[in-house]
Design a protein around this ligand. Structure first.
Ligand SMILES: [Zn+2]
Length: 279
């Protein structure tokens, strides 16, 4: 049984009330630590890493609003790549959640809220859906993110990329994208990637770009990225924005009269074993 098969099994048993459900991290030493990208929603604070039955030291947590990946070379993508290369992450999990407020916000509503905060419309890009990566389906957003990560030149084929949706009330995980299986780009996800913005379009140029030719001996990663970013910005600046066919986000449903109760984390705990001295 592979790591996330065991995680899903433990998660579902724990949610069903099995107090003995858990995971033995030592059995999965070759598949840990895990890198997880989730939304910034504070309700997730109580759920992770318990919902994965992982000890904190095996859980590398990246978060952004809506667990959105805007492109194969985006800032979040670079963090995922560094988390693999520098922090030794072995598997990536994109974990969306139910009742995501980013999902429920339309471009027009976002514009109003930004205006209230004093943000000037004329300083924002024309297409807010594309710029912020707004989405109208938590599930599709996860599939799209997995597709972008899977095909990013920054992530090697040795890293499985999984997609999940977590129920924010119960902590139950739904496995949407199985990173152990051969990835087939869905037509919908493929369209989503095409609409992922100018960074995606710059990818063709990027792959032809030989970073070795930059000749920065002894350069630290941060410096090289800054220079590469300058180059990328130049390339992107030369690209014309294409009309975007992103479907409009769904309208915001009426807010519930009573705020949802704060869920308790599921009764699931990693079984801590004596230090293995691996790190
Ligand atoms: Zn969210």
């Amino acid at each position: 049984m592979r790591l996330f098969e065991a995680i899903i099994d433990a998660n579902h048993r724990a949610v069903a009330g099995d107090a003995s459900a858990g995971l033995h991290p030592a059995d999965f030493a070759d598949e840990l630590p895990v890198i997880a990208l989730t939304c910034v929603d504070p309700r997730l604070n109580a759920l992770f890493p318990n919902a994965l039955a992982l000890p904190a030291e095996e859980f590398i947590w990246l978060r952004n609003a809506g667990n959105i990946i805007t492109g194969p070379l985006s800032s979040t993508m670079r963090s995922l790549a560094l988390a693999c290369a520098v922090k030794g992450g072995r598997e990536i999990a994109i974990i969306g959640h139910t009742d995501c407020q980013v999902c429920k916000t339309t471009a027009m509503q976002l514009l109003d809220k930004l205006k209230d905060l004093g943000v000037e419309r004329h300083l924002l890009p024309d297409n807010l859906n594309e710029f912020f990566g707004l989405f109208s389906s938590e599930r599709q957003n996860v599939i799209k993110a997995c597709d972008i990560v899977r095909h990013s030149p920054l992530i090697g084929p040795k890293i499985p990329v999984h997609g999940f949706l977590v129920d924010i009330e119960t902590g139950k995980l739904e496995w949407i994208v199985n990173g152990y299986e051969a990835w087939q780009t869905l037509p919908a996800a493929s369209d989503a990637i095409k609409g992922a913005g100018p960074m995606t379009e710059a990818l063709g140029s990027f792959t032809a770009f030989n970073i070795g030719e930059m000749k920065f001996p002894e350069t630290k990663i941060g410096e090289a990225v800054a220079k590469a970013e300058g180059w990328l910005t130049e390339q992107v600046g030369q690209l014309k924005m294409k009309p975007v066919s992103t479907p409009p986000a769904q309208p915001l449903p009426a807010a519930p009269a009573v705020p949802p109760k704060i869920p308790l984390p599921p009764p699931i705990r990693p079984r801590i074993v004596p230090t293995r001295g691996r790190r």
